[in-house]
Design a protein around this ligand. Structure first.
Ligand SMILES: Nc1ccn([C@H]2C[C@H](O)[C@@H](COP(=O)(O)O)O2)c(=O)n1
Ligand SMILES: [Zn+2]
Length: 188
């Protein structure tokens, strides 16, 4: 199709009008409008990431997103590199602290920060399926992460309360992800 008027390239507005006109005339040319939002997309990636965890009780996912909406890090709760999932305990309770998972597991947020492809995480958004604990909060603050978006909070836990207190003091906003009811089916 000729895209010039008197040898001059048509400007963007004219082209846009032509595209809209075309879409009205022929709906097959229109883009789909039921695509998921950025927010739904990042939380979906975060939930998908949690499915990598081998913790039989609680699977946590975490994703870091920079100001250009690029995912720059992802992590889930698991044992450190080289520590065998089969030899170390996944249990919660024992009189011996050497025999519970809590002594060994690396939290999802910590893994996401450690795995990040970007060196600078300043102003990144952190999506997590669970509100961070106090230990991860310290790392998050030091990494200068700009916002926390969480799916679940375990407010009754002192670790989350301490984390919230530190985020408030450090002026890092936190907000609960607002579920939209949107469902996506992924067949693997
Ligand atoms: N913000 C969080 C909180 C917890 N985790 C991990 C640590 C454990 O693997 C599991 C919690 O175990 P539970 O006491 O619920 O059986 O979740 C994390 O990665 N990030
Ligand atoms: Zn943590």
């Amino acid at each position: 199709m000729n895209n010039t008027t008197n040898g001059v390239m048509k400007n963007g507005t004219e082209n846009l009008c032509r595209i809209l006109e075309n879409a009205k005339l022929n709906p097959e040319n229109a883009k789909r409008d039921d695509y998921i939002s950025w927010e739904e997309y990042f939380m979906a990636v975060t939930i998908a990431t949690s499915h990598r965890s081998k913790d039989p009780a609680t699977q946590v996912g975490c994703v870091l997103v920079n100001e250009d909406n690029h995912v720059v890090g992802a992590g889930y709760n698991g044992f450190p590199n080289g520590i065998s999932d089969d030899e170390y305990p996944w249990g919660k309770q024992s009189e011996n602290p050497l025999e519970t998972k809590y002594t060994y597991v690396v939290h999802a947020e910590m893994n996401a920060i450690m795995n990040a492809t970007a060196r600078q995480l300043k102003n990144c958004r952190l999506y997590t399926t669970r509100f961070p604990c106090n230990e991860c909060a310290k790392l998050i603050i030091q990494a200068r992460i700009g916002e926390i978006i969480y799916l679940d909070d375990k407010e009754e836990q002192w670790q989350s309360q301490a984390a919230r207190k530190m985020f408030d003091t450090a002026r890092i906003p936190t907000r609960k992800y607002q579920k939209t009811g949107r469902k996506i089916v992924i067949e693997l």
